[in-house]
Design a protein around this ligand. Structure first.
Ligand SMILES: [Zn+2]
Length: 400
């Protein structure tokens, strides 16, 4: 019977032995970006690579989503189920400007690592391929279909610009809840010069909505973020716009706060329609909850980062102001994300810099290390009953 240390070493050695193959796959995904729900190449490639590991069963598609999958590796007996989350969607017009090619790669690395020890462990290891993190809420739909029901703990990696570390105390690692809206205004077209009095202007409806929300900004909690774009502003300058459309996000510190602000935003949309004698239609997509990391898992993750020689610089302190569909999962079960630097200097999120750094030598070096740290943490959770006990106790007794 191998010792804990021997099993851990096996995981690290396996990832090292497959380093080139893992990096190659992440690079291929980076160079061939696919946006949310269209990640056919990336999800097929990742699922196929995991399937090459003996002992994994692949289910694809799952949850009625073509690009979602579950890869399962059973251990030798009963025990908890630990899942690693793999994202692979890119950003429209930008490519892998959020580095999700590396998250996909970490799923393969973890599968390769854990595969070498599962025959000697109780429980189950899973890689969950979760599409459309960027605004598509893939994990929310997967959760609704029960994909996370049997999962005891979920782990992932995410680039952190120049920051490395996992959160260890509240409110570190938390982020904002978000509601996504599609807003459409319907008016009446008319000749803008000859008979504008016959028109009802759908663009005015949308513009007054945007400026109405600007008046609300003064009266929301400081973490609230209200932002959107116009996707259709009309068809011709000499036609009174009969149809306009936009996308709007409402972000706040909790889903309760999002709902509160959302009610006001909807009232403004209706008021703007009344003011311009147009009609408004609002389509609301699933709300992503604020992230609630498991700090026991965060501390174990950090210890493993230290062990694989990944230099931590504290991660990001306090609440971050992005949102993620991983938030919903973190409300259901113990979840944590390990942040890793892909650049030595600060870089903007969702940028060409991220696209470049996610394929840089430094980025790949760091990515292999964080993948090892995540795989070791998954192993610890499967191996160490006491650790899993404190992980579960934390989520059961969380009160803030
Ligand atoms: Zn991301």
């Amino acid at each position: 019977m191998a010792t804990r240390e021997e099993l851990r070493q096996r995981i690290v050695d396996a990832i090292d032995a497959h380093r080139d193959e893992i990096v190659e796959m992440a690079e291929h995904i980076r160079q061939n970006p696919e946006i949310g729900y269209q990640e056919y190449m990336a999800s097929d490639l990742l699922a196929r690579k995991i399937d090459e590991q003996p002992g994994f069963e692949i289910e694809k598609p799952v949850a009625n989503i073509d690009t979602a999958f579950r890869a399962t590796r059973h251990g030798r007996g009963d025990g908890p189920t630990v899942a690693v989350i793999a994202e692979y969607d890119a950003l429209p017009g930008l490519g892998h400007g959020c580095g999700h090619n590396l998250i996909a790669g970490s799923g393969l690395a973890a599968a390769i690592g854990l595969n070498t020890v599962m025959d000697e462990l109780g429980g189950t290891f899973e890689v969950l391929g979760t599409p459309a993190e960027e605004g598509g809420a893939g994990k929310v739909f997967m959760a609704e279909e029960g994909i996370f029901d049997d999962v005891d703990a979920a782990l992932m990696v995410h680039h952190g610009g120049n920051m490395t570390g996992a959160p260890t105390q509240y409110p570190d690692g938390t982020c904002l809840a978000v509601a996504h809206l599609d807003i459409e205004y319907f008016g009446q077209t008319a000749h803008a010069g000859m008979d504008p009095y016959n028109g009802r202007n759908a663009l005015n409806g949308l513009i007054h909505f945007f400026s109405g929300v600007d008046s609300l900004r003064q009266h929301v909690h400081m973490e609230t973020r209200l932002h959107g774009i116009i996707t259709h502003g009309g068809d011709a300058a000499n036609v009174v716009p009969g149809y306009t459309a936009g996308k709007y996000y409402v972000r706040a510190a909790s889903k309760e706060q999002v709902e509160d602000v959302l009610a006001k935003v909807k009232q403004i949309a209706e008021a703007s329609a009344a003011m311009t004698m147009t009609e408004v239609k609002i389509t609301q997509h699933p709300t992503c909850y604020d992230m609630r990391p498991n700090y026991v898992m965060g501390r174990q993750y950090n210890a493993n980062m230290d062990e694989v020689g990944l230099v931590r610089n504290g991660g990001r302190e306090g609440r971050a102001y992005h949102s993620t569909d991983f938030g919903n999962i973190s409300h259901m079960l113990p979840s944590v994300s390990g942040m890793f630097a892909i650049s030595e200097d600060p870089i903007p999120g969702h940028s060409q810099e991220v696209v470049d750094c996610s394929g840089s030598e430094f980025g790949y070096e760091q990515f292999i290390k964080i993948s090892k740290a995540m795989a070791l943490t998954a192993f610890d959770l499967l191996y160490d009953k006491e650790l899993m006990g404190s992980v579960k106790e934390e989520i059961a007794t969380r009160d803030n």
